[in-house]
Design a protein around this ligand. Structure first.
Ligand code: BEZ
Length: 211
């Protein structure tokens, strides 16, 4: 059965370009992003891993550890990293799991046989410090991911983990947020002293509380 939001992210030990990794130990108290790509030495994947490497500081600011995966082997990964660094003008700064036996891909249901029998699709799992899955996204091989969107979602996940708010459509860091339905309108001033707007009894907006 596929993994669902709120499930504990399965633990595993695997070979990676930065040595043997135990996933839960690697995550420690951080947030995590585990993402798969179909194959090494392919054009879209090359741009994706370069894009993630360039976002190193953005992930670090959010206390997020990143780890990639494909079913290619360690030597292939190591050679390809040279190409990524060269062509994308960056330095890959996160481990890439060599999942040749497809153990981790199977645990995370990253191979979708009706799309491709042998290669992982572009899966993304965001994992919280409690090791639970907070977000899953799946893209096909033909579409490179939008990693700015991934950062935006992480901002929302981290905000809503700490405050009784939700984020509206297309929300970005710093914009107004929605007061959680569980909060009574009369309790909003005490909970959200920066102010609020009642648009409908069920639609109450407030400035982002941690800004
Ligand atoms: C790519 O990364 O370019 C790619 C990988 C597998 C299928 C199609 C494209």
């Amino acid at each position: 059965m596929s993994l669902r939001l709120g499930d504990v992210a399965p633990d595993f030990t695997a070979q990676s370009t930065e040595g043997t990794i135990n996933f839960h130990e690697f995550l420690g108290d951080s947030w995590g992003v585990l993402f798969s790509h179909p194959a090494d030495y392919t054009p879209v994947c090359t741009t994706e891993l370069g894009a993630v490497a360039k976002l190193r500081e953005e992930f670090a600011k959010r206390n997020v550890k990143v780890i990639a995966l494909s079913v290619d082997g360690l030597e292939s990964h190591k050679g390809w990293i040279g190409d990524i660094n060269e062509t994308q003008n960056t330095t890959v700064n996160f481990p890439i799991i060599a999942d040749e036996d497809k153990k981790v891909s199977a645990l995370y249901d990253m191979i979708h046989p009706n799309a491709n029998e042998s290669f992982t699709v572009r899966s993304v799992f965001v994992i919280g410090p409690d090791k639970k899955i907070k977000l899953t996204i799946t893209y096909p091989a033909s579409t490179g991911r939008n990693f700015d969107e991934l950062l935006r979602v992480i901002d929302s996940l981290q905000l809503t983990a700490n405050y009784s708010v939700a984020t509206p459509a297309n929300w970005k860091e710093g914009e107004e947020v929605v007061v959680a339905p569980a909060i009574k309108t009369e309790d909003i001033p005490a909970r959200f002293p920066k102010g609020h707007r009642v648009i409908k009894p069920y639609l109450r907006m407030t400035p982002q509380p941690n800004k």
